[in-house]
Design a protein around this ligand. Structure first.
Ligand code: SF4
Length: 519
C-alpha cells in the first residue's frame, strides 16, 4: 500500500460479504474496504475446520470480486477485529470507519467501545442495507412490554409487516402455520443429491492453510459449501427447483446416513451475508405463485427465514447479556464427551447427528433440537457448555444463533422464549426417524440397561422438576401418567437415569476458557 488515504475505511465483517450491504462503499471512489482475519476469534473455540476454511475462503473471494470491480480492498490479519481496524486506520490515515452493527454481542460491544483511531459510523444491521429484515429499533418496539417472546405471535406479525403469503389481511390458506402437515417420514423416498461446489484454487488455498494450523475439530474434506454470492444464489435456485416441493412434507424427518434430506442448507451462506433473507423468502413465494411448490412447503420455508431466523436474532437482541448467564433449571452436568467423538456414541440417533456435524459441520433443526438438545435438556447439561459446542461445531454457528437456540429453545435455560421445554422420550425420535431400528437400545423400554436412554431420562426430568412443571397446562397430565407407574418402576426409572447421568459425567468433553466479549 502506498501513501495515506483519508477517505472513510469500510470495515466488512465476515458476516457482511454481499456488496449490497450498507457497510460496503457504493462506488470505488467512496473509500477502501477492510476485511480482517481475526486470529483470536479463530482460536477462541475448537471450531469446525470447514467453518474456519469457509470463512477464510468466502472473505477472500469477496475481496477478489470487489477488487475486480475496481474497489480498493485490504485483508489484514490481526488478533481481534478492532485491532485490525485500528492498524489499518493508522496505516492509511483514515478519517472515519464505516461498519454495520455486528451480530454477536461481544464483537458489537467491543467495536463500539474500542479506540479505532478514527470515529466509527455504525450503520443499521437490519432493514434496507442490513443483513436482517428488522432494524434494532423495530425489534425493541416489538419487544417493549413483553415478558415472554412468542415465536407464533412474532411470525404472524412479520407476515403482516412484510406482506408475505397474505391475502386480504389474512394468511394464504387460512392458517399461519402448516406445521402439522410437515411431519411425514420418507419411507424409501430418496432426496436429490446435495448441492456442493468443488473448491477452486482460492478455496483450496484456504483449506490448505487451515490444515497447516493444526487446530479445530471435524473433517476438513470433502468441502463443498458455497463460498461466493454466485454459488449461494445457485444453491438457493437449486433448492427451490429440486427440494422445496418436498421440503414441507419431510421437514422434521431424520434418516440414517442422510444429513441434508430436503433441507435448503442455506444457513451458512445467509449467516455470512452471501444471501439476503428476503430474496430467499421471495424465491419460495414465487415458486408457490407459479404452482411449482405446495403451500405447506413454501410456508414451512418462509417460517424458517421470516419467522425463526428473525425471531432468534430478535430474542438475542432483547435478552442479552442476561441470556448468556441464564440457567433456570439449575443444570450443571458437563457435556458428554461423545459430542466431540461420534464413534463413542452408542445411541444410533445421537451418533448419526454428531457424525453429520463432524463430517460437514451441519445437522438439521430437528436433529439439533430433538436429538442433541433434548438429550442435554433431559441430562441437565450446563447451558453454556452446549451453546459453545453448537457455536464451535456448526458451520452456520455464531453466538447470536446458538445462544437463543440453546438457552432459549433447547434447554429452557432462558424461559422467556418458549412456554415449555422441548422434552421428549424416545417415542418422538422413533416416530420421526429410522434410527431406532438399528440401535442397540430398545425404544419401547423405560428402565434397565437396554432401555432407550431418552425414556428414563424423560420421566426422571419431569420427576426432578415437578415443582416447576406439575401445574403446567400441557405437561401436568404427564405427572398423572408417571404417578400411575408402580412405585418399583418409578424407582427403576430414577436409578436408570442416575446411572446414565453418571456414565455421561464420567466421560465429559474437555472444558475450555473463553472470553465471550474479547471482540
Ligand atoms: Fe435414539 Fe433411543 Fe431410538 Fe436408540 S432407541 S435411536 S437412543 S431414540
Amino acid at each position: 500500500m502506498s501513501g495515506l488515504d483519508p477517505r472513510p475505511l469500510h470495515f466488512v465483517g465476515p458476516w457482511d460479504l454481499d456488496r449490497g450491504l450498507a457497510c460496503w462503499p457504493a462506488r470505488p471512489e467512496d473509500g477502501p474496504v477492510l476485511l480482517v482475519e481475526s486470529v483470536g476469534r479463530s482460536r477462541a473455540l475448537p471450531f469446525h475446520r470447514q467453518k474456519l476454511a469457509l470463512v477464510l475462503a468466502a472473505q477472500r473471494h469477496a475481496a477478489a470480486e470487489a477488487r475486480a470491480a475496481g474497489f480498493t480492498v485490504e485483508i489484514r490479519r490481526a488478533r481481534t477485529y478492532a485491532a485490525g481496524i485500528r492498524a489499518a486506520v493508522a496505516a492509511r490515515g483514515s478519517t472515519k470507519v464505516i461498519a454495520l452493527e455486528a451480530p454477536d454481542h461481544g464483537i458489537d460491544q467491543a467495536l463500539r467501545a474500542a479506540d479505532l483511531g478514527a470515529p466509527l459510523e455504525l450503520r443499521p444491521d437490519g432493514g434496507p442495507g442490513g443483513r436482517f429484515l428488522l432494524s434494532r429499533e423495530e425489534v425493541r418496539a416489538w419487544g417493549a412490554g413483553r415478558r415472554t417472546l412468542r415465536m407464533d405471535l412474532f411470525y404472524a406479525w412479520m407476515r403482516k409487516r412484510f406482506g408475505v403469503l397474505m391475502e386480504g389481511g389474512a394468511p394464504v390458506g387460512g392458517v399461519w402455520s402448516f406445521d402439522k402437515e410437515n411431519r411425514k417420514v420418507p419411507r424409501g423416498e430418496r432426496p436429490p443429491a446435495p448441492v456442493w461446489f468443488a473448491p477452486d484454487p482460492t478455496t483450496e488455498a484456504a483449506l490448505a492453510e487451515v490444515e497447516s494450523w493444526g487446530i479445530g475439530w471435524g473433517a476438513l474434506r470433502p468441502f463443498g459449501w458455497p463460498v461466493t454470492r454466485a454459488q449461494a444464489l445457485e444453491a438457493l435456485q437449486r433448492f427451490i427447483g429440486e427440494r422445496l416441493p418436498r421440503f414441507g412434507d419431510f421437514e422434521d424427518a431424520m434418516v440414517d446416513g442422510q444429513a441434508i434430506l430436503w433441507h435448503a442448507a442455506l444457513s451458512p451462506a445467509l449467516n455470512l451475508g452471501l444471501l439476503r433473507p428476503m430474496e430467499c423468502v421471495q424465491a419460495a413465494v414465487d415458486a408457490y405463485t407459479r404452482g411449482a411448490a405446495p403451500l405447506n412447503a413454501v410456508e414451512g420455508f418462509v417460517r424458517q427465514i421470516l419467522g425463526w431466523r428473525e425471531f432468534i436474532r430478535a430474542a438475542y437482541l432483547l435478552r442479552m447479556p442476561a441470556m448468556r448467564a441464564a440457567n433456570a433449571l439449575d443444570a450443571h452436568e458437563p457435556l458428554p464427551g461423545f459430542f466431540w467423538a461420534p464413534e463413542q456414541a452408542d445411541m444410533a440417533c445421537v451418533r448419526a447427528a454428531v457424525a453429520g456435524v463432524h463430517d460437514r459441520g451441519y445437522a438439521h433443526h430437528i436433529q439439533r433440537l430433538m436429538v442433541l438438545g433434548n438429550l442435554c435438556l433431559l441430562v441437565g447439561v450446563e447451558p453454556l457448555a452446549l451453546s459453545r459446542w453448537f457455536w464451535a461445531a456448526f458451520v452456520d454457528g455464531f453466538e447470536w444463533v446458538e445462544l437463543p437456540n440453546v438457552h432459549g429453545m433447547a434447554l429452557y435455560a432462558d424461559t422467556a422464549l418458549t412456554t415449555k421445554p422441548y422434552a421428549a422420550s424416545g417415542a418422538y425420535i422413533d416416530r420421526m426417524s429410522d434410527h431406532c431400528r438399528g440401535c442397540r437400545y430398545d425404544v419401547k423400554q423405560r428402565t434397565g440397561a437396554g432401555a432407550c436412554p431418552y425414556n428414563p431420562l424423560f420421566w426422571d426430568f419431569l420427576d426432578r422438576h415437578r415443582p416447576r412443571f406439575a401445574g403446567h397446562p400441557r405437561l401436568g397430565a404427564l405427572y398423572g401418567t408417571f404417578d400411575r407407574f408402580p412405585p418399583a418402576e418409578q424407582d427403576a426409572i430414577r436409578s436408570t437415569a442416575a446411572a446414565l447421568r453418571a456414565r455421561f459425567r464420567a466421560a465429559p468433553s474437555p472444558a475450555w476458557s473463553f472470553d465471550d466479549d474479547a471482540g
